[in-house]
Ligand binder design. Structure first.
Ligand code: SAH
Ligand code: SF4
Ligand code: F3S
Length: 467
């Protein structure tokens, strides 16, 4: 997952204009899977009469869908809860209700502790139990403070309502679809195996049904999600075991679905079939997020990544041989316990060799309960900061070089949403860049050919061409 601890705007916000219905505001932190979960929580609540709002002040229920990946991410939750406590007091003084729920990975990791630390919280619900949110809210309304963080005893997806076509389409022409959750890799720095539980794949039929519903509603691009999405496996129609590659071949047959992506992958699970899918499938976009974390073999071993730098580079070569125009994106951690200057230089060397189009890099953050937290030789904050700055300068340079290399190219873009100017739309390139182009809003959902004519800080500029 590309995790950004920044706030992602509420993806399920729709006009909440009925005054007699309850309104929910969902604030999403963390990775794409949380974005997907927020949408599905909105669905679960919609069937109880809630409408979503993008204004916390209007809400009768505020949900914080939280991330636990780094210390800062978790701290943000407690400061938001402080503000909500004050808001709740004001509301109660006016005789109005305000309920507060904590969901997601902090909920799973901290459970009861959240109730102890914040009097504002009514319900705490983990990532595997949010289909039971409506019941939890009913209990909370009767005065109980509810914690429901069981690992999956039942499959939440079997219990979540499917919204109608109009609602799906109102969310846009691209969609996430979770196919796999949890992680058994236990990298020594990472909380995910503890917050999301062990690796579980959704069954093939369930995924195909959801993909067809999305396509029928007008969704043109689906991004398959999983903490280890390429560890997905299922049973094919002939009883054989299918991997993510097989799933992609099958999804590419769904009428209307023009583009497929997946994230996040682990290098150990990039199998031949998946690489073949990149070679064969026009619908599979030439973009791959393949985190490596570090370039030193000693550090990789201490992180329990279970591959060497050389193996990663060879893998990239094989992927590039299959799909020469593929763009790569990566995640990096600087200052893992014991990382020396020379070991950090190995990360820079690996980045020079691979050349990334996009990247996410972080200072190592000690997470209680992970093996990394037990290691001595923590790296000083200033050293981490200095390394991060050097790494990010290099990665940013590569990102700009990649964007510049697109200028002059003729490419297809998927028109996604209105641009800043009237008569302008923002489209998406095969390599996940935003592209500004003149087009009418009725064309949203179309895939058109454009020539890239320039680059901006975070986007490209294009002119239409007829093909
Ligand atoms: N499953 C994905 C990553 C999920 S977490 C994978 O295996 O690559 C997203 C990213 O957050 C990680 O790739 C890592 O770069 C970063 N991250 C995770 N734990 C961290 C920690 N304790 N400190 C700093 N960054 C961390
Ligand atoms: Fe975390 Fe490693 Fe699992 Fe990714 S593979 S979620 S980094 S434990
Ligand atoms: Fe954060 Fe949980 Fe995603 S810890 S990165 S929200 S899986």
């Amino acid at each position: 997952m590309t995790d950004q601890t920044t706030l992602i705007p509420n993806p399920v916000a729709q006009a909440a204009d009925r005054t007699n219905t309850r309104k929910v505001f969902i604030k999403t932190y963390g990775c794409q899977m949380n974005v997907y979960d927020s949408v599905r929580m909105g669905d679960a609540l919609a069937s109880e009469g809630y409408v979503t709002t993008d204004r916390a002040e209007d809400a009768d229920l505020v949900l914080l869908n939280t991330c636990h990946i780094r210390e800062k991410a978790a701290d943000k939750v407690y400061s938001a809860l402080g503000r909500l406590r004050d808001m709740k007091k004001e509301r109660n003084a006016e005789g109005r209700e305000l309920m507060v729920g904590v969901t997601g990975c902090v909920a799973q990791a901290e459970g009861e502790e959240i109730l102890r630390r914040s009097s504002a919280v009514d319900v705490v619900i983990g990532p595997q139990t949010y289909h039971r949110l409506p019941q939890a809210l009913k209990r909370a309304r009767q005065g109980e403070r509810v914690v429901d963080t069981d690992y999956a005893v039942e499959d939440k997806f079997e219990h979540l309502p499917v919204p109608d076509k109009k609602v799906i389409r109102s969310r846009g022409v691209t969609s996430f679809l979770t196919v796999q959750e949890g992680c058994d890799k236990f990298c020594t720095f990472c909380v995910v195996p503890y917050t999301r539980g062990s690796e579980v794949s959704r069954p093939l039929a369930q995924i195909l049904d959801e993909a067809k519903q999305l396509a029928d509603a007008g969704v043109r691009e689906i991004t398959l999600l999983g903490q280890n999405v390429n560890a997905w496996h299922g049973t094919g129609p002939d009883g054989s075991t299918w991997g993510l590659g097989d799933l992609l071949y099958r999804l590419a047959e769904i009428p209307g679905l023009a583009r497929l992506r997946y994230t996040t992958s682990h290098p150990r699970d990039m199998d031949d079939r998946l690489i073949e899918a990149h070679r064969d499938l026009r619908a599979l976009m030439p973009y791959l997020h393949l985190p490596v974390q570090a370039g030193s073999d000693r550090v990789l071993k201490a992180m329990n990544r279970r591959h060497t730098a050389e193996e990663y580079i060879r893998l990239i070569e094989r992927i590039r041989a299959a799909r020469p125009d593929i763009a790569l994106s990566g995640d990096f951690i600087v200052g893992f316990p014991g990382e020396t200057d020379a070991e950090f230089e190995d990360t820079l060397k690996l980045v020079e060799t691979v050349r990334y189009a996009q990247s996410f890099s972080f200072k190592y953050s000690t997470r209680p309960g992970t093996p990394g937290a037990e290691l001595g030789s923590q790296v000083a904050e200033e050293v981490k900061a200095e390394r991060l700055e050097r790494l990010q300068a290099l990665l940013l340079k590569q990102q700009h070089e990649f964007a510049e290399s697109c200028v002059g190219k003729v490419i297809d873009i998927l028109l996604e949403k209105p641009g800043r100017m009237p008569e302008q739309l923002i489209g998406r390139s095969p390599w996940l860049q935003s592209v500004n182009v003149d087009a009418k809003s009725s064309q949203i959902g179309d895939i058109i050919s454009v020539r890239i004519v320039g680059t901006g800080p975070n986007s490209l500029f294009a002119e239409r061409i007829e093909r």
